[in-house]
Design a protein around this ligand. Structure first.
Ligand SMILES: [Zn+2]
Length: 670
């Protein structure tokens, strides 16, 4: 039975069915802490909801980025971990609130049914309370038992609104770039803000098209050049606002402006002189050759190759350069990244290339590394600056170094296609298929070469297909002061490195190289050796190679631990615990042993009917896969299907040799 924390005394609670999420009593009657009806319900394993009421605001976040934003911008408070999408519930005292409402937090840069990334619950809004059980069987648990911090509703909106609008504005600018337009112009140029009230960084006033009852539903952040409408939960950058003002779209349709609507708005902006046609672009005047090169290719160019005299000196210079801009605790990362950059310049030489996978929260250095790679990798292309279709074509034609930030993949489809590209991209000859729409709307399947260097920045660990091949970097910043990236100095240095590395490429692309490296023999796992080989090949002997080997050993251990703890390893343990009968074992037996491996068995001793003690074994059915799923996995491992006993149960033929080799592979020891 759940006991409600005494810290939650000030709240009222609603009754929720066991393992459910919906309050079931009509009218949502709220019960006080200690109310007998509430206690009785909890006794019957019911869940409960915490009503926000008029004194509190409860924010639930289903998205790591949103969670990070709340944590960074709002005061530290009481937190509950929600096991659904690994979300977090933040509890705030928010006494200014009068209305009863739930404000959805929508990220409109995503696919429509994925928009909702959280809620702010006020009044009759409630969250499932800590101690309750999620439909997936896991518990809601207190994450931080801090006192409730006090904030205002205004403060919540002031944090969420600009953040969401900024994301949309960025998506729009990127979209414009793909079409060759610089879509940025100050919002003040299309909207008179002189009557707006200032609050912090934002100006607030009535919505210019649909008005406002409160007079402040429309906000503009002039510093970030974004706007937000609270009524429609909409917002974005200048072009989206122009589209709303010119009645091309309605305020609530300000999610990405596309197709004909985009063209119309763009033409209005052109006619008003807010933006310029790409060809009329002013500014720096590169020579005609460079200009052509820049227009043709989305990577930073090599202007004039410098012959490579001393590759080791160049390598060390690159390490030192990375150290100036990128701050890392793990010193081996500098050598590793320098080697990764070098290997991109000889990309055609290798049989495989491990994706560089930067794993960390926001502000952990993922973007800085991406910027450094964009300067120095061979044909470094930022994946987020183009559509997936363009990315596939470029990869197919040029084998560039694709630099992708997960946060810039806007929908599930892009995400899935990018994943496939990375999955197949590690080995030479890898290809991916995608379907494209022909001129008559027909679907044309096409294969693309997937091979090429990939950098992927993410806030979650590599997916299972990638796990054993990713060069994972655990991003955690040190506190050393670093220089700013994207400055003219940074870019000039990048240009110099590209010229030098082109010289390196010219000299070594076809030069003889050893087939084997003795250093690599200390790495046991062949996949780790495979992805480590190009890095060792380009790294100078001595310290750089030692650092990379040491990194690879850590990586190998990580991969091994991952495999050992994986589901497959659990299943092999279960199989290993079975006793074959007539050279066969049933899926049911394996499942029963799996329950032991997973600790999903409760054993109690009771007195039997005829006296004596009886062991009662109760398996948690819900936590186990179906026998059919187990059969599927066993046959994937290579076991042969069979029928067992007179009951004709599904099972597999016992194969001790296969089992032994699987045990070794997954590190299963008895
Ligand atoms: Zn609106």
């Amino acid at each position: 039975m759940i006991t409600i924390l005494s810290q939650l005394k000030p709240f009222r609670f609603v009754l929720v069915k066991p393992q459910g999420k919906e309050a079931f009593e009509p009218g949502l009657p709220g019960y006080g802490f200690g109310d007998p009806k509430l206690l009785q319900h909890l006794k019957e394993s019911g869940n409960y909801g915490v009503l926000a009421g008029h004194e509190y605001a409860l924010i639930d976040t289903d998205d790591p980025e949103l969670e990070a934003e709340v944590r960074a911008k709002l005061p530290a408070t009481f937190e509950v971990a929600s096991p659904g999408h690994n979300g977090t519930h933040f509890y705030y005292r928010c006494p200014t609130v009068e209305a009863s409402k739930t404000i959805p937090v929508l990220d409109k840069t995503r696919e429509k049914d994925k928009w909702n990334i959280g809620h702010v619950r006020i009044g009759n809004g409630y969250l499932i309370g800590p101690g309750s059980t999620h439909p997936n069987g896991k518990l809601y648990l207190v994450k931080q038992a801090r006192p409730f911090a006090e904030i205002t509703e205004q403060q919540i909106r002031a944090v969420l609104a600009p953040w969401l609008a900024e994301k949309l504005a960025r998506a729009e600018i990127e979209y414009g770039k793909q079409l060759g337009f610089e879509l940025s112009f100050p919002i003040e140029e299309i909207l008179n803000l002189s009557q707006f009230k200032r609050s912090g960084n934002t100006l607030q006033g009535p919505h210019p098209v649909h008005g406002s009852t409160t007079g402040t539903n429309f906000h503009v952040d002039t510093r970030k050049n974004v706007w937000y409408c609270f009524r429609c939960c909409a917002g974005g950058g200048p072009l989206q606002l122009l589209a709303v003002l010119e009645r091309v779209i309605d305020c609530d349709q300000s999610d990405q402006l596309r197709g004909e609507d985009f063209k119309r708005t763009r033409d209005i902006a052109l006619a008003k002189g807010l933006i310029e046609k790409p060809s009329k672009k002013k500014g720096k005047e590169p020579g005609p050759e460079k200009k052509r090169e820049e227009r043709r290719n989305p990577w930073k160019p090599v202007t004039s190759p410098i012959p490579c005299e001393d590759p080791a000196a160049l390598f060390n210079a690159l390490v030192e350069w990375l150290k100036r801009y990128w701050d890392f605790k793990d010193q081996r990362y500098y050598q590793l990244c320098a080697a990764w950059i070098f290997h991109t310049w000889l990309i055609e030489r290798w049989r495989s290339t491990g994706p560089l996978y930067a794993l960390g929260t926001i502000n952990s250095g993922k973007t800085i590394l991406l910027e450094c790679l964009a300067e120095t990798a061979n044909r470094g292309i930022r994946g987020g600056s183009m559509t997936v279709a363009v990315m596939f074509r470029l990869n197919d034609a040029f084998t560039p170094a694709l630099l992708i930030d997960e946060a810039q993949l806007y929908n599930r489809e892009e995400w899935a296609e990018t994943q496939a590209l990375i999955n197949e991209g590690y080995r030479k000859g890898g290809e991916v298929w995608r379907c494209e729409t022909g001129p008559e709307g027909e679907i044309i399947p096409r294969s693309y070469k997937a091979y090429g260097a990939k950098y992927f920045a993410s806030s979650s660990p590599p997916w299972s297909a990638l796990n054993s091949r990713a060069l994972t970097l655990h991003m955690s910043k040190n506190t050393r002061k670093i220089e700013e990236t994207l400055t003219p100095t940074f870019e000039a240095e990048g240009q110099q490195f590209r010229n030098l590395l082109q010289g390196y490429r010219d000299k070594y692309l076809a030069a003889p190289m050893p087939d084997e490296y003795p250093e690599l023999e200390t790495i046991k796992d062949y996949r780790t050796r495979e992805i480590g080989k190009p890095l060792i090949a380009v790294a100078p002997e001595g310290e750089p190679r030692q650092a990379i080997i040491s990194y690879l050993k850590t990586l190998e251990e990580e991969h091994q631990t991952e495999e050992e703890t994986s589901y497959e390893a659990d299943l092999i343990r279960a199989l290993d615990a079975c006793t074959p009968l007539d050279g066969k074992v049933t899926a049911r037996d394996v499942r029963d042993k799996l329950a032991d491996v997973l600790g999903e068995v409760e054993e109690t001793v009771r007195t039997g009917d005829l006296g004596g003690e009886v062991l009662v074994r109760k398996v948690n059915e819900a936590a186990l896969p179906k026998p059919r799923t187990i059969m599927g996995l066993l046959t994937t491992f290579g076991f042969r299907k069979t029928r067992c006993g007179g009951k004709s149960l599904a099972g597999v033929l016992w194969d001790q040799g296969l089992l032994d080799s699987l045990k070794q592979r997954y590190g299963v020891v008895k």
